[in-house]
Design a protein around this ligand. Structure first.
Ligand code: C5P
Length: 255
């Protein structure tokens, strides 16, 4: 059983690691151009499926290491445990500070064995999925909040050091499961920055995510597609700082 009293809260991320920018771009040149434009506004980046599939992750990981930035390798691994163990070991060797796996207990346990608990984030329920998507995918529990809680508990029991979850579930996860894990929240939208054809469903603002108990927010398109990505990250950091002080205006989320 996951015992909320047994574990202490991991150290809070520094201010310049609270906003994790997703480098969802087709090649290393474009990704590193975005890193350059963002400058010192953040020191934490997410390298995901697009760059890995384009075989462009290596130069990006090397350059981020050179700059002293931290990296979340978001490949959402889910495979037989032996394969997950080997893939997680390669990611850890390659410089991943965080890596994601689906919140399936044998998958989580294999990744933890290879990469260590503090590196492993378990994805609870994708922020692009609503109840109808969960039903269509064959889940018996179609309430995202219920399913996220169930999967989160199982992942923590299997050794995950953190969770990826929507801000809409963050407060419930904290109240039921305590503070002894890192909580990373994607699906961040301010209401003004919704991309055309957006696939995110269970969105919140950065301030809402932090106020609900997230340690870090992951932001992709609203930064990548901004006219001034550095200003976009700076604005998110102002929101995050206000939420940490308890002074952020919490708008209704737009999802
Ligand atoms: O562009 P956007 O802000 O929606 O980007 C969110 C990023 O977070 C994407 O790279 C996506 O793969 C990732 N992510 C997510 N939902 C999860 C886990 C990761 O949107 N549950």
């Amino acid at each position: 059983m996951w015992d909320t009293r047994r574990v202490t809260r991991p150290p809070s991320p520094p201010d310049d690691e609270r906003v994790v920018v997703a480098l969802d771009l087709p090649d290393a040149t474009a990704a590193l151009r975005l890193v350059e434009r963002i400058g010192p506004a953040t020191r934490f980046y997410k390298v995901g499926l697009e760059l890995f599939c384009a075989a462009q992750a290596r130069p990006v990981l090397d350059e981020l290491a050179e700059r002293g930035a931290r990296v979340f390798c978001d490949l959402k691994l889910w495979d037989v445990p032996a394969t997950v163990r080997r893939a997680a070991a390669r990611l850890a060797e390659g410089g991943a500070d965080l890596l994601s796996v689906h919140a399936d207990p044998p998958t989580v346990a294999a990744a933890v064995e290879a990469a260590g608990s503090e590196r492993v984030l378990a994805v609870t329920v994708l922020t692009s999925m609503g109840p109808a998507d969960l039903a269509a995918a064959g889940y018996a529990a179609t309430d995202p909040a219920e399913l996220a809680l169930r999967r989160a508990r199982a992942a923590l029991e299997a050794g995950a050091g953190g969770l990826v979850a929507s801000g809409r579930e963050a407060a419930r996860l904290r109240s039921e499961l305590g503070g002894g894990f890192r909580l990373v929240t994607p699906g961040i939208r301010s209401g003004r920055d919704r991309p055309v054809g957006d696939d995110q469903v269970r969105t919140v603002t950065a301030a809402e995510a932090i106020a609900a108990g997230a340690d870090q927010v992951v932001v992709g398109r609203p930064v990548r597609d901004a006219t001034d990505p550095q200003a976009a990250v700076a604005a998110l950091r102002v929101e995050v700082a206000a939420a940490l002080r308890g002074t952020a205006p919490l708008r209704g989320s737009s999802g």
